[in-house]
Design a protein around this ligand. Structure first.
Ligand SMILES: [Zn+2]
Ligand SMILES: [Zn+2]
Length: 407
C-alpha cells in the first residue's frame, strides 16, 4: 500500500540490535512464520531490494520451478510452474519492499536496520506467496501455467509498472492476476472485496513558483509568490467540486485533492520572497477522472502564475493507476475464501488508498482483496504496526484454492 496514501510515517530514533541470532531459514526446513520473521529483520527500501530478492530467488529455485526470472522491473523475481499443456496463465503477486520508518514494536525479530522496517506487512505477503509457491510445487498445474511474482517498489508506485514494462514480462503475460493486502482495524481473516475500482488512482503534484526577491522594506520592487500561493491553496480546495459540476454528476465517482505541503521564501525578516513550493495529492476513482483532474490542476497553476508574473514548474511523482477488479476474478476470490470459512464483505465504494497492482490488473483480468488484520492491529505505516502471522497460512490457502479451481 503506497506510503503517500496512508496516514503518515513517524520516525523515532532507537537502537535496533537484534536480540536473536539470525539464521537463514529455508522453505523446506522452517515455518512460513520463521521466514516472515527473517525477512522482517532485513528490510530494504523500494527499488533497493537486492538481498531480499536474492533470498526469495534462492527459496524459489529450491522448489524447482520450470522457469525463474530475475531482475524484473529492477529487483523483481518470478517463478513459473508450467504444465506444458494449453490453458490459462495465472499470476499471484506480492511486494519486496519495506518503508523508511523506525518500528517500535518489541518483537525479538525486529528490524536490524535503523529507520527501515516492514511496516506495511509486505514481509507477511511474501511469506504467503512463498507458501503458495511451495504448495504449487507439490501439486503442479495439470494445464496452463502459474506465475509467482515478487515485485519491487510498491510503495513508490513504480514497481508494478516497471515489471509490466520489462521486456521479460512478455514471457509471463498473465490471463488472470491475484493479490491481497492485509488491512488493520478489520476483523481478522475477513475478506473485503468489490468488482470495479478497488483502489483509487492517485498522484503527487509538486508545484514550484519563482519570482524575484526584494528588500522587505520595498517588496514592490520584487515579485513575491505570496498571493499566488494563497490563491492556489484556496483554488485546489474548490477544484474537485468544480470538476464534478462541469462533468455530469457521479460520472467519475470520487475526485479529491489533498494539500500536503507548502513552503515560501526564507525564514528571515529582511527579505521579500522569490520562491514558493506547493505539494498536492490528487485522487480519483477512475483513470479518466485523474486525467481531467491532472489537466485542470496544471491549467490552474499556469493561469495563476501568469496572473502574478511568476515562473512556474510542475513535477509529477508517486503515480498510481486505479486498481480495477474483474467481476469473474472477484467471484473466484469469494468462492475460495468461503470454501475456507472466511467471512466475505463486499464493499460498495473503493478504498481511497492506492495500490500499484492496478498496473498488473490493467494488462490482465485481476482481483485484489483486503485481508482483515484484526480490529486491534495498528494501522499500516504506523511505527507500532505488526503483521498478523495468522494470516500467512490463511492467505496461502485462499490463493491455493483459486489455483486449484482454475488449473
Ligand atoms: Zn503495502
Ligand atoms: Zn505501504
Amino acid at each position: 500500500m503506497s506510503k503517500s496514501n496512508t496516514p503518515n510515517t513517524q520516525s523515532i530514533a532507537q537502537s535496533t540490535e537484534p536480540t536473536i541470532k539470525p539464521t537463514k531459514p529455508t522453505i523446506h526446513s522452517h515455518s512460513l512464520e520463521a521466514i516472515r520473521h527473517y525477512l522482517h529483520q532485513y528490510p530494504e527500501l523500494s527499488g533497493q531490494e537486492t538481498e531480499t530478492a536474492d533470498y526469495i530467488a534462492e527459496q524459489l529455485q529450491s522448489l524447482a520451478p520450470d522457469q525463474l526470472i530475475r531482475g524484473l522491473g529492477g529487483t523483481g523475481v518470478a517463478a513459473i510452474f508450467d504444465s506444458g499443456k494449453a490453458g490459462k496463465t495465472l499470476l499471484f503477486r506480492c511486494e519486496l519492499d519495506a518503508l523508511p520508518i523506525q518500528s517500535i514494536h518489541d518483537k525479538p525479530y525486529r528490524s536490524t536496520r535503523a529507520g527501515i522496517a516492514h511496516q506495511c506487512g509486505h514481509d507477511g505477503h511474501m511469506a504467503i506467496i512463498l507458501g503458495l509457491a511451495q504448495a504449487i510445487a507439490n501439486s503442479r498445474p495439470k494445464r496452463g501455467r502459474v506465475v509467482i511474482l515478487f515485485q519491487p517498489a510498491e510503495e513508490t508506485g513504480e514497481g508494478a509498472r516497471a515489471v509490466v514494462n520489462d521486456p521479460q514480462f512478455s514471457q509471463i503475460a498473465p490471463d488472470e492476476s491475484f493479490a491481497l493486502h492485509n488491512l488493520p482495524q478489520q476483523p481478522l481473516g475477513e475478506v473485503i472485496i468489490r468488482a470495479g475500482t478497488f483502489n483509487c488512482a492517485s498522484r503527487g503534484l509538486l508545484i514550484r513558483l519563482k519570482g524575484r526577491t526584494a528588500h522587505a522594506a520595498y517588496p514592490e520592487t520584487g515579485i513575491s509568490p505570496q498571493l499566488a500561493l494563497a490563491e492556489l491553496l484556496q483554488a485546489f480546495s474548490e477544484l474537485p467540486e468544480q470538476l464534478k459540476q462541469e462533468q455530469s454528476e457521479n460520472e467519475h465517482g470520487l475526485i479529491m485533492v489533498t494539500v500536503v505541503h507548502c513552503d515560501m521564501g526564507e525564514a528571515t525578516f529582511g527579505t521579500s520572497p522569490a520562491d514558493a513550493c506547493l505539494m498536492v495529492t490528487l485522487r480519483t476513482e477512475t483513470d479518466a477522472a485523474m486525467q481531467l483532474l491532472a489537466d485542470a490542476s496544471v491549467a490552474l497553476v499556469n493561469a495563476t502564475a501568469t496572473k502574478y508574473h511568476l515562473q512556474s514548474r510542475v513535477e509529477w511523482s508517486d503515480i498510481f493507476d486505479a486498481s480495477v477488479n474483474d467481476e469473474g476474478c472477484v467471484k473466484q476470490v469469494i468462492d475460495a475464501a468461503e470454501t475456507h470459512g472466511h467471512h466475505v464483505r463486499v464493499i460498495d465504494k473503493p478504498f481511497r488508498w492506492s495500490e500499484d497492482f492496478g498496473a498488473i490488473s490493467a494488462v490482465s483480468r485481476g482481483a485484489m482483496f483486503a485481508f482483515g488484520a484484526g480490529e486491534d492491529c495498528p494501522q499500516i505505516h504506523n511505527p507500532d504496526y505488526v503483521f498478523a502471522d495468522e494470516l500467512i497460512t490463511q492467505g496461502r490457502d485462499i490463493f491455493f484454492e483459486i489455483y486449484r479451481q482454475l488449473l
